[in-house]
Design a protein around this ligand. Structure first.
Ligand code: BGC
Length: 358
């Protein structure tokens, strides 16, 4: 009797440990390497924190690293450590989309799947999936905002505009700038929109490192060269691909004497706190809200599926070619944010408290 009780208990404990072994700690404790580009922009701190919290809540161990202040060699070294440190999956937002080819060969050789996060990693077949927002739609929303605010379809114009995008090593700018120009170019071609500086190409509009300071000094130069000012040449709009660049433009325009009453239309992206304050003060017109909590949740689902040997959910298998072929992607939906809808988008959803924006 006693013997059979012991063997039943032994069997039970064995069965439990087998279950735990397959479905519990051994699986749940898998370490995930998360490599973000910089800690100097609010956006990436939020992305990193959201992913860490959500992965840990799902039972994973997380190695979260930020690539210094956009320093490629730092990011490469951190990824090398993640590979040698036993990470089972890498989630990477590249500083420079084309600088990770060699390090990711190691990941591939060791069978470690790589998810490109927000920014596509170029020229490597080590990337398994891409999770991002619909970047072309971001640009389209920004372009449409300018078109609608200037009433380009009904007002005679011509209207003056200057163009700013982000870092040339970030593949996203092809989509942000491309999406915006796809809306604005016909009006430039017809002469209704004029770019007085003549700086119209992606490279002429680029802002290395998405730097606020560089955007500010380029805007200051444009103000001087073209005589823009509240009492000078009218500047109707400035296209900016994101908030860190828009902040530099705002600084330059405020420095030139512009106020909320005569401020040019100015776009942005990320709904960073500084930009939201500017939007509320009338010194930026809009931003794009990309709820990083949603993107993080999607990536946790992707990793879960990969580690269970299942196919992760994707919703785009046509758009993102990284030079080695199309990378199956999941695109989250961006929405535009202004003074009219920020409460509903940002406050009611718990993204910010009203106090944070005052
Ligand atoms: C992201 C933007 C961000 C920019 C600068 C882009 O790749 O998609 O949300 O503003 O990088 O960090």
């Amino acid at each position: 009797m006693r013997k059979s009780f012991v063997s039943v208990v032994t069997l039970f404990v064995f069965a439990l440990s087998v279950c735990v072994g397959f479905a519990g700690p051994a699986f749940a404790a898998a370490r995930i390497g998360i490599s973000m580009p910089t800690q100097s922009l609010q956006r990436w701190n939020q992305d990193g924190a959201n992913m860490k919290a959500q992965f840990e809540a799902a039972g994973y161990e997380v190695d979260l690293q930020f690539g210094g202040d956009n320093e490629v060699p730092v990011q490469v070294a951190q990824i090398e450590n993640m590979i040698s440190g036993g990470c089972k999956v890498l989630v990477i937002s590249a500083i420079d989309g084309s600088s990770l080819t060699t390090v990711l060969e190691d990941a591939k050789a060791q069978g470690i799947p790589v998810i490109a996060y927000d920014r596509l990693i170029m020229n490597t077949d080590a990337v398994s999936y891409y999770a991002t927002f619909d970047n072309f739609k971001v640009g389209t929303l920004q372009g449409e905002f300018i078109r609608n605010q200037l009433n380009l379809d009904s007002d005679a114009g011509p209207f003056n505009i200057e163009l700013f995008t982000g870092d040339p090593g970030d593949n996203n700018i092809n989509f942000f700038f491309g999406g915006a120009m796809h809306i604005l170019q016909p009006y430039i071609d017809s002469g209704k929109l004029v770019v007085p500086s003549g700086q119209v190409t992606r490279d002429q509009a680029a802002t290395p490192g998405w730097s606020t300071e560089r955007a500010q000094s380029r805007m200051e130069n444009l103000i001087t060269a073209n005589g823009y000012g509240p009492n000078g040449t009218v500047l109707h709009a400035v296209y900016s691909s994101n908030d860190s660049v828009a902040n530099g433009i705002t600084n330059a325009l405020v420095g030139a004497g512009y106020t909320a009453d005569n401020f040019p239309i100015l776009t942005g992206q990320d709904c960073d706190v500084t930009s939201m304050k500017n939007i509320l003060a009338g010194t930026q017109s809009m931003s794009i809200f990309k709820d990083t909590r949603t993107l993080a949740a999607q990536v946790v689902k992707m990793v879960d599926a990969i580690l269970k040997g299942e196919e992760p959910e994707v919703n785009d298998t046509e758009t993102y070619d990284n030079g080695t072929g199309i990378i199956p992607s999941f695109l989250c939906d961006p929405v535009f944010c202004t003074v009219d809808n920020y409460r509903e988008l940002l406050i009611d959803s718990g993204y910010y408290t009203e106090d944070q924006l005052r």
